[in-house]
Design a protein around this ligand. Structure first.
Ligand SMILES: [Zn+2]
Length: 426
């Protein structure tokens, strides 16, 4: 054939498996669908102006396209790059001394009572400048990117007052502008009761509702509004008030639900129309049923029970069977310093009994749904952003079978190669 080939910016050819995950952009994958990766063997992708313009078999795509830059992905798996849909990305300081306390049997809520945990990070974050926070954030995003993540949801929650919650969200805005990884901001003013309100938590709830939410919404600093509903933190009733108040201002609800105690967080997520309910280690059967009925994404964080050392993992099998769309995320925070999403991914297989295919769905298209971006990212579909990762494994069955090393060979963000051979390209 001698017809003119169309020239594109970038062509990926001969992927042993091209995992497209097409068909779930409108609605997340549930139940058996979570195993349907929509694989093209010897697959190819054409990229132009940062977007995916064609997808198909290499034999057909080489007839149609030529490109200045061609990646040969022989013996490699090509899939949508990873989305970390639950992180507490920026904070000041660190809490390595708490690891020893935990090993001595001191629980998370006890550490919090002693003024440690979140409250220690709050004291340090209040002292930090926006630039300090951005600087730390960049280092973390670089590592996340090297491990295949190109979009990160990131929560505030270490300011716990008007000024410092806004400072954190301003830092996320700067970080998003300055770093190739997309940062999707969530207001989590309801992360803990600040020390100065420990005897009057309702007054702090009022500040969140009357001051923080309106100011954050007015300055468009957050897309989501999140609450940590937990014993000694925020009650169901306080959570409901905060989430409904946020909704009035266009902030989409998310919940830290049923992590350490079963308080009905999953039920609340379904009731208020949350986009996701996160953690769910102790969600009730009724809560799980309600999440499935309302299509709320269950964002599961397998590192959390591990760092809490209570080892009660969410029942992913039951949730998948019931029809809850599942995402897997890192829960990166000062109590869980994991910058490599492949760690929770392999934990999801060994502790939540999720297959490699289900895990892939949970960190791509379903994670995109958890942050309201499934129309833009999460699958290799024509028109979507060319956010793609190439893994150095011959089939997706090797994911989580081979673990403990970075499987990433190449990361493409907005159609540009940004990581190659484990290094960030300048
Ligand atoms: Zn969290």
């Amino acid at each position: 054939m001698n017809t003119m080939k169309k020239s594109v910016d970038l062509l990926i050819l001969h992927a042993s498996e091209l995992i497209t995950l097409q068909g779930f952009s409108e609605k997340p994958a549930i139940g058996e669908e979570m195993k349907k990766l929509q694989i093209i063997k010897d697959g190819a992708v054409a990229i132009e102006n940062g977007r995916i313009v064609d997808v198909g078999k290499s034999s057909e795509m080489t007839e149609k396209y030529t490109a200045e830059e061609i990646i040969l992905a022989k013996n490699k798996v090509v899939l949508p790059s990873f989305i970390d849909s639950h992180t507490h990305l920026i904070f000041a300081g660190s809490r390595e001394e708490e690891l020893t306390l935990k090993l001595e049997g001191v629980g998370y809520l006890e550490i919090l009572k002693r003024g440690g945990g979140i409250l220690k990070t709050v004291r340090e974050t209040r002292k930090a400048s926006i630039d300090d926070l951005v600087k730390e954030g960049k280092i973390r995003l670089d590592t996340m990117l090297k491990h295949g993540v190109t979009t990160v949801e990131a929560k505030s929650g270490y300011g716990l007052n008007v000024e410092d919650e806004i400072k954190m969200l301003e830092a996320y805005k700067k970080l998003d502008e300055q770093h190739v990884v997309d940062v999707i901001p969530t207001l989590l003013a309801a992360h803990a009761i600040p020390e100065e309100y420990k005897d009057d938590p309702d007054s702090y709830v009022n500040i969140i509702i009357e001051e923080i939410i309106p100011k954050v919404a007015e300055r468009k600093l957050a897309k989501f509004n999140d609450v940590f509903v937990e014993k000694n933190v925020f009650t169901i009733e306080q959570g409901r008030r905060i989430l409904l108040a946020g909704k009035e201002y266009g902030l989409i609800p998310k919940i830290h639900a049923d992590e350490i105690h079963c308080l009905g967080g999953a039920e609340l997520a379904a009731e208020v129309g949350a986009i996701s309910a996160d953690h769910l280690a102790r969600a009730s059967d009724n809560g799980i049923k309600m999440l499935a009925e309302k299509g709320v994404i269950g964002v599961l964080l397998p590192t959390a029970p591990m760092v809490l050392m209570d080892y009660t993992f969410p029942d992913a099998r039951k949730m998948i069977k019931t029809g809850v769309p599942i995402a897997i995320a890192s829960d990166f925070n000062p109590n869980c310093w994991v910058e490599n999403l492949q760690v929770p991914m392999f934990m999801a297989t060994y502790f939540l009994k999720m297959t490699p295919a289900e895990v892939i769905t949970a960190v791509t298209i379903n994670a995109a749904h958890a942050i309201g971006l499934a129309h833009e990212i999460g699958s290799i579909s024509v028109g979507k952003k060319a956010d793609i990762v190439i893994l150095d494994i011959p089939t997706h069955y090797w994911l989580n079978y081979k673990f403990g090393v970075n499987l990433v060979n190449i990361v493409i963000k907005n159609g540009r190669i940004v990581v190659e051979e484990g290094k960030i390209k300048e």
